[in-house]
Design a binder for this molecule. Structure first.
Ligand SMILES: [Zn+2]
Length: 346
């Protein structure tokens, strides 16, 4: 996080949570100096000389949150698709600033931008790092690699076949991305793609992974709804499986415990994007028609996400904020919903 404040500050609250189960400090405080957290103070610890003390009664202080999958350049409105296609670069970047600051205001100090048009997300990242704008630490992939006409093709990075995906990976690394995002299956946001089918072969995905690794040890994140796409991504050595929806190629779901076990063996992470699932705990009167229909289909989806987590896989929380009706400022609520729906003790 970038901060303009360089004074020493002590934040006091009835509870300071250090980030692990059972790690709360009652009547604790956090000492900040030069814009960085210096220490957690326990009752009786001396307050650093000259520090300004700010009390937050009825509050809990948490470590900075991480949102591992967002789209800062997307609008989160019902018109998210049209906005992403038609808005000017200037509008997209201004929206990106507003969205990044919404995440910061709700406690997110690090996020991964998992794809937007061109290389605009790199400008956002660099502007935060340079102190031009305030915002969370941004890890940016630039545009996602996709097939011709594939998921998010309007982000302008289509590549087909091993040669093209290797060259595209090289171009992204040359531009300075933090990691590579590849669309291993179709996606719901892009008309004409098939979320139930893979977009790339294992050979193509493997080529991306090895080239990204060669160039600065970069990691690869793969958008995966279809089970066959998940299987290929795991085989290819992808680091993070995004969404992991276990969609059967024709209908319904196709969960495979042996694939979860392979993820555990290989150290593959699953990034669970639960931003829209928050609707499942809202009163029905507050849901849109589309959300009401979607909630009905979530029962099995959530059960499979629970089985994925219980299979011992390393999973990471994320919102997918930016897609329609998935708002940047709601991430803390997303985490609460995730813990509730996946039955994770916190
Ligand atoms: Zn996404």
């Amino acid at each position: 996080m970038t901060t303009m404040t360089m004074k020493s500050i002590v934040l006091r609250a009835p509870r300071v949570w250090l980030g692990e189960i059972g790690s709360s400090v009652e009547s604790g405080a956090v000492a900040i100096s030069g814009g960085r957290v210096e220490s957690v103070l326990r009752p009786g610890d001396p307050v650093p000389a000259g520090a300004t003390v700010v009390d937050y009664p009825d509050c809990t202080i948490l470590p900075g949150l991480v949102d591992a999958h967002v789209h800062l350049l997307f609008s989160a409105l019902d018109t998210a698709l049209a906005d992403a296609i038609h808005d000017s670069d200037q509008t997209l970047i201004l929206r990106g600033v507003a969205n990044a600051q919404d995440e910061l205001r709700c406690g997110v100090t690090t996020l991964r931008d998992c794809g937007g048009r061109g290389l605009l997300s790199l400008s956002l990242r660099d502007s935060v790092n340079a102190g031009i704008i305030s915002g969370p630490r941004i890890l940016a992939s630039g545009a996602p690699i996709t097939t011709t006409g594939g998921h998010l093709h309007f982000c302008d990075l289509e590549a087909d076949g091993v040669d093209e995906v290797v060259k595209t990976t090289r171009r992204l690394c040359k531009a300075g991305v933090d990691f590579i995002k590849v669309m291993a299956t179709g996606g719901g946001m892009t008309p004409g793609t098939n979320p139930r089918a893979p977009q790339y072969t294992t050979e193509e995905l493997t080529a991306i992974v090895s080239e990204a690794r060669r160039l600065g040890g970069r990691r690869v994140a793969a958008h995966c709804h279809a089970t066959e796409g998940i299987v290929r991504a795991v085989d290819a050595g992808i680091t993070t499986i995004e969404h992991c929806s276990w969609l059967h190629e024709k209908d319904g779901r196709d969960f495979r415990l042996e694939v979860v076990q392979r993820m555990v063996e290989r150290g593959t992470y699953v990034v669970l994007t639960m931003g829209s699932e928050r609707a499942a705990v809202k009163p029905e009167s507050e849901l849109t028609e589309a959300q009401r229909a979607a909630v009905k289909g979530w029962g099995e989806h959530l059960e499979l996400q629970r089985r994925t987590v219980r299979g011992g896989v390393r999973f990471v929380a994320a919102s997918d904020a930016g897609v329609a009706r998935t708002f940047f400022r709601e991430y803390p609520l997303t985490l609460e919903v995730m813990a509730l729906l996946l039955e994770i003790p916190i």
